[in-house]
Design a protein around this ligand. Structure first.
Ligand code: NAD
Ligand code: UGA
Length: 469
């Protein structure tokens, strides 16, 4: 019997790990991951220690299945022709132009893929929305597919949003809380959903595979991210109140989280959430709500983003205040660039905004991260400066004030401040006593992730601050 073939367009943080796990769990299926970025595919096929995505456990999975039943390729057309099921895991960033700029999801990549599928397919296909999309995108995809193909080929579009979190992607994929599949409530829609259920059933208990209509599935993804981010903004807003009143946010979060109805997860106060999705998906939800005339709903969710921005700027301001109101020419070490530990992803990381705020005040910023490359760090800052329309002269001067280092000790030498912006485990293991001695006599250590014990740190260092305490 011919082996079943599926493919995924988009070899990024979702496409790569998700397909690697499907290939591992379904040895009887050929899985091809395609991307139009040749260097990314080269990296997926190259040195196992330099895969484009860093995730604990990922290289072990890829190592087991690569070139057996998992393939990475640039040949998008061939993958479309050969596959019965095509996952779309391309990026859906916030629109940076035109109608909906800064709010709506940019669906250009989804549209391009849909058009390509329609033009190339010679047999019936199930198209699976894996990317996070606004409600009713499946309708648009269907329109594109039917407008651009010959009528002999039939397409079924189903929604299967991804809920993995970076840093724990492999664990999350192995033991998903739930898998969600949304399909049309027609015979062919249910058949398409069933083919996907057959894949997940290989390792996910059947009662964790939920089926809904397409629109519920699309909206559930935005709703889940919005509700997770909302918890962080809730606890972060309370952290500001703690700092004014003498309450301790860690004690408050712990006591609040003991209520089973509230739960302990996602109550970690921080310098602010980052990552490629929370902000973009909430903005998308706000845009959709406004589109349907639901302004109160839009305002409610928009506040989650506003509190997150407030938390990042509050943190930057605290550094300046604690250093006598001026940081001009002072050396500040930033520990951690990734938006969370155990990933090399830094999209929308709080560190970008905090660092920019410090540079605006004339500081010299030394940056260390164990996984994010120095090219990526520079690119993140340049992207922000381009959005802010900074002149070439300003950019040059800002670049001259940053140094990206491979040895974190360099950040400490003669510095006025060390700011922890990612909760990397290695920071907890540092010998803070001896490192603090390398800093200026009058210095500040500020923990934006509450990973260090304040009682111990206050004994070891000149001045120690954290969040909400
Ligand atoms: P990514 O940027 O890491 O990867 C997307 C890939 O798609 C890129 O490599 C890009 O080159 C490729 N691509 C774009 N257009 C293409 C085309 N026409 N043909 C071939 N390749 C094309 O993005 P990501 O983080 O993997 O996210 C993908 C989607 O999944 C987004 O909608 C995101 O919201 C959603 N999502 C992401 C996460 C996450 O943790 N990153 C989790 C759940 C859902
Ligand atoms: C998040 C969701 O958790 C995933 O379910 C979802 O699939 C994904 O977005 C997506 O759609 O992209 P991710 O952004 O990878 O996953 O990571 P999270 O663990 O959610 O962390 C997001 C940000 O919030 C990080 O900056 C993290 O440090 C911060 N955070 C998280 C807190 O500040 N406090 C917390 O209690 C939890």
């Amino acid at each position: 019997m011919k082996k079943q073939s599926i493919c995924c367009i988009g070899a990024g943080y979702v496409g790569g790990p998700t397909m690697a796990v499907i290939a591992l769990k379904c040895p009887d299926i050929n899985v091809t991951v395609v991307d139009n970025n040749p260097s990314k595919i080269k990296a997926w096929n190259g040195d196992i220690n330099k895969l484009p995505v860093y995730e604990p456990g990922l290289k072990e999975v890829v190592n087991k299945v690569r070139n057996k039943n998992l393939f990475f390729s640039n040949d998008v057309n061939k993958a479309i022709i050969d596959s019965e099921m095509i996952f779309l895991a391309v990026n859906t960033p916030t629109k940076s132009y035109g109608e909906g700029k800064g709010m709506a999801a940019d669906l250009t990549f989804i549209e391009n893929c849909s058009k390509q599928i329609a033009e190339v397919a010679t047999s019936n296909k199930i198209v699976v929305e894996k990317s996070t999309l606004p409600v009713r995108t499946a309708e648009k995809i269907k329109d594109i597919l039917s407008a651009n193909s010959n009528n002999k080929v039939k397409f079924e579009v189903i929604s299967n949003p991804e809920f993995l979190a970076e840093g724990t992607a492999i664990e999350d994929l192995f033991k998903s809380d739930r898998v969600l599949i949304g399909s049309d409530q027609t015979k062919s829609g249910r058949l398409a959903a069933n083919s996907l259920i057959e894949i997940y059933k290989k390792w996910i208990p059947r009662d964790k595979i939920l089926t809904t209509n397409v629109w519920s599935s699309e909206l559930t993804k935005l709703a889940s991210n919005a509700m997770l981010a909302q918890r962080i903004s809730s606890i972060n807003s309370l952290s500001a109140l703690c700092e004014k009143t003498g309450a301790d946010i860690e004690e408050v979060a712990n006591a609040v989280g003991h209520d089973r109805r509230i739960g302990k997860e996602f109550l970690r106060s921080s310098v602010g959430f980052g990552g490629s999705c929370f902000q973009k998906d909430i903005l998308n939800l706000v845009y959709l709500s406004r589109h349907y005339g639901l302004n109160e709903v839009a305002e409610f969710w928009h506040q989650v983003i506003r509190i997150n921005d407030y938390q990042k700027s509050r943190f930057t301001k605290k550094i300046i205040d604690e250093l006598n109101g001026t940081i001009k020419s002072k050396k500040i070490g930033v520990l951690g660039w990734a938006f969370k530990k155990d990933t090399n992803d830094s999209r929308e990381s709080a560190s970008i905004y905090v660092t920019n705020g410090l540079l605006d005040e004339g500081a010299k910023v030394y940056i260390y991260d164990p996984k994010v490359s120095s090219e990526r760090i520079k690119r993140d800052l340049m992207n922000l400066w381009e959005i802010k329309n900074y002149s070439e002269k300003e950019i040059k001067s800002k670049l001259s004030n940053i140094k990206i280092v491979k040895d974190s000790e360099v950040c400490f030498q003669e510095s006025s401040c060390i700011a922890i912006l990612t909760e990397w485990d290695e920071f907890k293991r540092y010998n803070w006593k001896s490192l603090a001695k390398k800093m200026q006599k009058q210095h500040l250590i500020i923990d934006g992730r509450n990973i260090l014990d304040p009682k111990k740190m206050k004994k070891l260092t000149n001045k120690f601050c954290s969040i909400g305490r």
